[in-house]
Write a protein that binds this ligand. Structure first.
Ligand SMILES: C[S@@+](CC[C@H](N)C(=O)[O-])C[C@H]1O[C@@H](n2cnc3c(N)ncnc32)[C@H](O)[C@@H]1O
Length: 364
């Protein structure tokens, strides 16, 4: 069935040339097995039952195929070793090893140095008492905010994104219902989170005209660009802690929203009392504030740099928000701190007990 050819073998059944191999008998017999199985008695799906072959022709040897075949068939070409990365030992690339080691040593050294510096600074800040600033002149926080207003949003955008404040704003402000007051509204960073369908009126107050000027542009109600808020929103420049500002507002609200306000006043207890007076009995105060952390070491760091930070950013970042809120006498519905901010972000929902009436007017 298989005939020898000078360069290989030819099957006499199908006239195929079979590849040159070391052991021609093996390839020839497997060719016969698979290609011409029916003739060997194996069942196929089509056609009549196969006839068994009487006897197979013995395969010709290289000698039988003739002196030319013997001479020309020199076997398969020698196998080229394929590239194997496992064979590629560092010894083959001494330059690469040196380079890798240098990178590791340099980056390790820089990292350790930075860590050491940071650790030392943290240790000093965390263990040293904060300087006594009780006799230092007061900082005019409103003036700081007036000056800060044009670049306030740009400055805080990234920090707020990373420490999760944006998400907390959205979760908090969506709860505002009915007649709503936003106290210490700043540049109106909460504007996009109000559900306008659930808010009857919105009063936006801040004592910095610079900050409120930026906020007004985020609710372009007076130019007919935001039909949603037309006639339902007002902006008031004034200090909520002042009785005259509260008299001007002349109402109590279903919801009072304040984000990052308790840090930005000289008297956070007075601000908290004012808010309590401005909410209706049964109404809610929604707060998002930042202040002391879970960690004493970090708190000492905040204490040490508090005055410098307030002079630059208008905000005292070392206040105990929990204590201020508890003093207000409001019912605490929810008070949470986030691990992502090491406990410095405070999310607080308060309800005014039903029995309390018209505190706003009595405290004026
Ligand atoms: C850090 S900014 C926060 C602004 C905004 N609520 C926010 O979440 O981005 C603090 C703002 O609170 C205002 N503020 C502080 N105490 C206030 C008070 N008693 N009455 C009105 N505004 C006040 C400041 O003028 C400033 O614009």
């Amino acid at each position: 069935m298989i005939q020898a050819k000078s360069a290989g073998f030819i099957c006499s059944q199908c006239a195929r040339q079979l590849p040159k191999v070391k052991r021609p008998g093996v390839i020839a017999s497997s060719h016969v097995q698979f290609r011409h199985a029916s003739r060997l008695g194996r069942r196929t799906t089509k056609g009549p039952p196969p006839q068994r072959l009487a006897a197979q022709q013995p395969l010709p040897t290289a000698e039988q195929a003739g002196p030319r075949a013997k001479q020309e068939y020199a076997g398969p070409p020698p196998r080229q070793p394929s590239y194997d990365w496992k064979d590629d030992t560092p010894a083959d690339r001494p330059w690469a090893t040196t380079f890798t080691n240098t990178v590791w040593i340099v980056s390790g050294t820089v990292f350790s140095l930075l860590l050491g510096l940071y650790g030392t600074q943290y240790y000093i800040s965390a263990t040293q008492p904060a300087p006594d600033t009780s006799n230092a002149p007061p900082i005019n926080l409103t003036a700081v905010y007036d000056e800060y207003a044009p670049h306030f949003d740009q400055d805080v955008d990234r920090t707020e994104y990373w420490n999760g404040i944006m998400t907390l704003r959205s979760r908090l402000v969506k709860q505002a219902r009915g007649h709503v007051l936003e106290s210490a509204a700043g540049t109106g960073r909460n504007a996009e989170y109000y559900l306008s369908g659930r808010v009857k009126t919105l009063t936006v107050v801040d004592k910095s005209s610079g900050m409120l000027g930026v906020a007004e542009k985020k609710w372009p109600h007076d130019r007919g660009e935001n039909e949603d808020w037309n006639g339902r929103i007002r902006f008031v420049v004034g200090d909520i802690e002042d009785a005259s500002t509260r008299a001007h507002l002349s109402q109590q609200f279903d919801t009072v929203v304040q984000t990052l306000g308790l840090c930005s006043t000289d008297d956070p207890d007075a601000l908290m009392r004012a808010l309590t007076g401005l909410v209706k009995p049964g109404g809610k105060i929604l707060l998002l504030e930042h202040g002391q952390s879970y960690f004493d070491g970090l708190n000492r760091m905040l204490d040490r740099s508090a005055r410098e930070h307030a002079a630059k950013h208008g905000c005292w970042w070392n206040r105990d928000i929990g204590a201020i809120v508890e003093k207000s006498g409001m019912e605490i519905v929810e008070m949470k701190r986030t691990w992502r901010s090491a406990g410095t972000n405070w999310y607080v929902v308060l309800r005014k007990p039903q029995g309390e009436q018209k505190e706003a007017s009595s405290s004026r």
